[in-house]
Design a protein around this ligand. Sequence first.
Ligand code: MG
Length: 343
Amino acid sequence: MSHQQDRSRPSGSSTALSEAYDTALLDLDGVVYAGGEAIGHAVESLTVARAGGMHLAYVTNNALRTPDAVAEHLTELGVPAEPSDVITSAQAVARLVADQLPPGARVLAIGGEGLRVALRERGLVPVESADDDPAAVAQGYGGPDMAWGRFAEASYAIRRGLPWFASNTDLTIPGARGIAPGNGAAVEVVRIATGAEPQVAGKPLPPMHRETVLRTGAKRPIVVGDRLDTDIEGAFNGGVDSLLVLTGVTDAAQLLAAPPQHRPTYVDRDLRGLLTGQPEVTPAGDAYRCGGWTAAVRGDGLVLEGEGEALDGLRALCAAAWSFAGSGVCGLETGKALAGLGL
Ligand SMILES: [Mg+2]
């Protein structure tokens, strides 16, 4: 059961998160791997969590690769996974399409193999041209080799009045050499050309969470992610607890500035956080304490005093910032308080 999280500070847990929750719904990029390589401590932490009985599922907005390919990659990295442990936004969008079209309907597939396989799995027939008599358009990330003509194909079909579906709208995708345009950028191209609006499946939207729960059967899941506007907001929308790890795109300053739907239940440095309890953050007058640290709002900035684990300092700062911000966004100066933590 997810508890009603107090959105004004990170929660504590007296038991290891791997014991408090039955299933970890893990994001991949920035959590388990980055640029194809495993992130530090990910392999050992997942191995220990799994040996202790936690079910691990991998939930990705990337629609390019099939679950088979993702599971093979994870297994190569040292995290044994079955294709059934992988849930992609391609699967979520395929279900969304299948819910609205008759079985056997043709769908113009603008994307990679992951999208085509997912459409077939739902009894739909992927086609390649707007002239192949499709009943809908489905668009997913096609990778660096996707030809510009694919967007033209989508535009022709959508302008003829066909419904348009998108696997996800992440504007960027991180890679080994930097940040590249993601499926959201590709969706914008088609949107500009057509003036149409797609139905979107991926995180943080409900179709993706529904797909994940359907496929994992999780009773007490925890979402583990690196991105506030997909992973953490998706958990918020699904009423599920979440752990933010700082190994991906989110830094401490962004976390302090998060509005309520972007505030995780817990925050930790990396996946080792699954194996430990989480310290309580306690109010102390108008300040907040965690471990050896005390954080408070003074003037137009956050101040932090004490010593100890840097993450405890960040947790105390989260409580001070989020309490101050209430249901809004904390506009306080945070740089000085964070400087001493070395995060
Ligand atoms: Mg990520």
